[in-house]
Ligand binder design. Structure first.
Ligand SMILES: C[S@@+](CC[C@H](N)C(=O)[O-])C[C@H]1O[C@@H](n2cnc3c(N)ncnc32)[C@H](O)[C@@H]1O
Length: 268
């Protein structure tokens, strides 16, 4: 692994394989949600698209399949980027490169669309990042943030022991738990004509179906297991938690929601 995986990251106890798995699932789950936003900016007809913080390339691939144009993915993390290069080597309209959103290696007005997905929460100088994205966007072009979580407003009811551990681990990594809510202001300050919102109608952000909730809980349990182990839980305690949680979910006795915002910024 080359440079730090996140700009202001302090500690990342996930392996590259953890990231590959997590980002792949996340891209799959959010595909329908993101597609609606891509439609709003007519992504499929854009000629030159930049995917900032492309990570392992899971979302970059969706964009490249949708668009006939050239897609450039950029990320600061060497490990994730190498994975993207390996995974996407046969996709002709993708170019991948290492770089920092705070200093994008492109001329002004190079792209007709700049997209990013779950990136600003990992960046310390967020205004500079959005200003940079606006700078490399052509006039009449768009900067589109598809999903930016606001973990500080996460709801878990009843609140079990997992929530504080999740939030603590994000803070340890240097993540901004308030990033989602800041997007509107960041985009407006960058001089973009801004639409800011959240789509809670899809089953992605706001999981209304308990069966789906259970499926996702079981699929992603390895993440919680990692946190519990780090916190010194015994295998029995972890098993007990899992059993109780399954029971709660199956009987509709718990609710979870992490607000994530989208932002569309048009350059005038
Ligand atoms: C949660 S991952 C999302 C990856 C990808 N957008 C996706 O949705 O699958 C956040 C990504 O932002 C990248 N990142 C963080 N700070 C960055 C920076 N200053 N410049 C470029 N990329 C950055 C990280 O390395 C990481 O790959």
């Amino acid at each position: 692994m080359g440079r730090d995986s996140m700009a202001n990251e302090k500690k990342d106890d996930w392996t590259l394989d953890d990231w590959i798995k997590k980002l792949k699932y996340q891209a799959e789950e959010s595909r329908e949600y993101r597609n609606k936003l891509y439609e709003k900016v007519d992504l499929k007809n854009k000629k030159k698209i930049l995917d900032v913080g492309c990570g392992t390339g899971a979302v970059t691939l969706d964009i490249a399949l949708l668009s006939k144009g050239e897609v450039v993915g950029i990320d600061i993390d060497t490990g994730k980027l190498q994975e993207a290069i390996k995974a996407l080597r046969n996709v002709p309209n993708i170019k991948l490169m290492e770089g920092d959103v705070l200093s994008l290696p492109f001329e002004d007005e190079t792209f007709d669309c700049v997209v990013f997905n779950i990136v600003l929460m990992h960046v310390k100088e967020q205004q500079r990042a959005v200003d940079e994205m606006a700078r490399v966007t052509q006039k009449e072009g768009y900067v589109l943030g598809t999903l930016e979580p606001d973990y500080a407003s996460r709801i878990d009811y009843p609140e079990g022991p997992a929530t504080p551990l999740i939030l603590e681990s994000l803070k340890e990594r240097g993540s901004d738990l308030y990033a989602g809510r800041k997007l509107k202001i960041l985009f407006n300050k960058a001089g973009l004509e801004t639409e800011f919102g959240m789509d809670t109608e899809t089953d992605f952000l706001f999981i209304k179906d308990d069966k789906r909730h259970l499926e996702l809980f079981l699929r992603d349990f390895w993440l919680l297991e990692k946190l519990f182990k780090k916190d010194g839980w015994s295998p029995q305690q972890i098993e007990e938690y899992k059993k109780n949680k399954i029971n709660e979910i199956e009987n509709g006795l718990c609710f979870h929601f992490t607000p994530c915002f989208y932002t569309i910024g048009k350059k005038g």
